[in-house]
Design a protein around this ligand. Structure first.
Ligand SMILES: Cc1cc2nc3c(=O)[nH]c(=O)nc-3n(C[C@H](O)[C@H](O)[C@H](O)COP(=O)(O)OP(=O)(O)OC[C@H]3O[C@@H](n4cnc5c(N)ncnc54)[C@H](O)[C@@H]3O)c2cc1C
Length: 391
């Protein structure tokens, strides 16, 4: 055992670029989100107000939006990109429009994603681009393809058009050597996403890892999937590139499995998820010359494990195949402290019109509402820093 230890409770570093006023605002918002009742009430009321077209956009923008998003456009994200960059933290511009179904919207989303790819290439502070396949393809088509169902004639053409959009994004990213992530989504559409992602990796990861698929370790079958993806990549002569996450749709997955009476794809408990997540990290690190990977997590123990393993194995902290990533507005203690120790670290900075990023914001509010969840961890850190600053 080496005695290399990183102090992720170093709140002076974590909040160094936050003014006292910003820190207080963060405290107020997270206190609100920490109350399950207020959180639930606030989420439902906001959804209702937006549906009724009541003028709440300004309020949302000044509160939860400002905490978790960079702005409504790429240009509005500029100050955030610069501020994170000053602390050597990269920005990943995440155009957070989800759940649309019109082809014209898919085309304009594709164009916007291409703009983020260009933006990433032009700016050393933006190491990756990212997109969700549901931003450019209809959910129902992905579900049918994933379930192995036969597509009607019109649907087959639609599926081809969806794949063409993904290919256009990836081909463009590859043509300018800009790495890009494909996010993972619900398990009942994920087969289709995996099919496309593997096709893209096979096409564009021959010389270097550029296209990243995402693996959700809260699924009990995904550690095997990782190893199988690695085997295929080796056999076919391309780099495997993966973003490892635990997974964001647990409640939805369990509810659907129960409703439709099939075995839930989710691990039996948190310990099982943690075990597979850490095993996946270890597997990627053992094969670091063949696999490029991103640990997309706020779990301090997993982050600490990977950071220490790199150090102990004598692998450069900023090895070009190893990345850490957190979401903007969360776990600054991990991002800022990792950056201080020269690890490759970036944050997803979602952006988009307020009403369009609501599904994203609601997911953040919900995952943050449990007592053992992220918010209480955040609150403890903010309180610690407020105390340290004698505020
Ligand atoms: C940079 C980045 C990119 C991301 N991209 C994606 C993506 O593409 N797709 C996606 O789905 N999510 C994505 N996420 C979200 C991620 O999947 C998690 O929801 C979130 O990060 C919380 O997990 P954690 O590892 O940070 O920490 P923790 O707080 O340690 O873990 C919480 C997670 O553990 C799992 N879990 C909790 N309770 C149980 C239980 N009882 N049984 C089994 N498992 C349980 C759930 O996945 C839960 O979200 C991303 C996160 C980050 C930081």
């Amino acid at each position: 055992m080496s005695d290399f230890k990183i102090n992720f409770q170093d709140t002076a570093t974590a909040f160094a670029d936050k003014t006292n006023a910003e820190l207080r605002r963060k405290y107020e918002l997270f206190s609100l989100m920490n109350s399950p009742f207020l959180n639930d009430f606030g989420t439902k009321a906001t959804e209702l107000f937006l549906r009724l077209r009541l003028p709440v956009t300004g309020l949302i923008k000044r509160t939860i939006f400002r905490q978790f998003c960079g702005g409504e456009t790429i240009e509005e994200c500029q100050p955030t990109i610069e501020k994170l960059g000053e602390s050597h933290i990269g920005t990943i511009l995440d155009y957070s429009v989800e759940g649309k179904s019109a082809e014209t919207v898919f085309d304009s989303t594709k164009n916007e994603i291409i703009r983020t790819v260009t933006r990433a290439k032009e700016d050393g502070n933006v190491p990756f681009a990212v997109f969700k396949v549901t931003g450019v393809a209809r959910f129902e088509i992905l579900e049918k393809v994933s379930g192995g169902k036969e597509l009607l004639k019109g649907e087959a053409a639609e599926w081809e058009r969806s794949k063409t959009r993904v290919n256009e994004i990836c081909a463009y990213a590859a043509s300018i050597s800009q790495p890009i992530f494909i996010d993972a989504e619900e398990s009942w559409i994920q087969n289709a996403i995996d099919i496309i992602a593997e096709e893209m990796m096979e096409k564009y990861n021959r010389e270097q890892p550029l296209i990243y698929n995402t693996i959700q370790l809260y699924r009990f079958d995904r550690l095997d999937f990782l190893k199988e993806s690695h085997r295929k990549a080796k056999e076919n002569g391309y780099f495997l590139a993966v973003k490892l996450v635990r997974g964001a749709y647990m409640e939805k997955e369990r509810e659907r499995a129960e409703e439709m009476d099939y075995p839930s794809p989710i691990q039996p408990d948190k310990t099982a998820t943690d075990k597979d997540f850490d095993a996946a990290i270890r597997y990627c690190l053992e094969n670091v010359e063949e696999i490029a990977f991103v640990a997309g997590t706020h779990n301090e123990q997993s982050v600490c494990m990977l950071a220490e393993m790199l150090h102990e194995k004598g692998i450069k902290h900023n090895h070009p195949h190893v990345f850490f990533s957190q979401l903007y507005g969360m776990s600054d203690n991990l991002s800022y402290v990792l950056a201080k120790h020269d690890y490759n670290v970036s944050k997803y900075v979602p952006y988009g019109a307020v009403k369009d990023v609501m599904p994203y914001l609601i997911r953040r509010a919900q995952e943050n509402s449990s007592v053992t969840g992220q918010v209480s961890r955040e609150l403890d850190l903010i309180k610690k820093e407020l105390k340290r600053r004698r505020l």
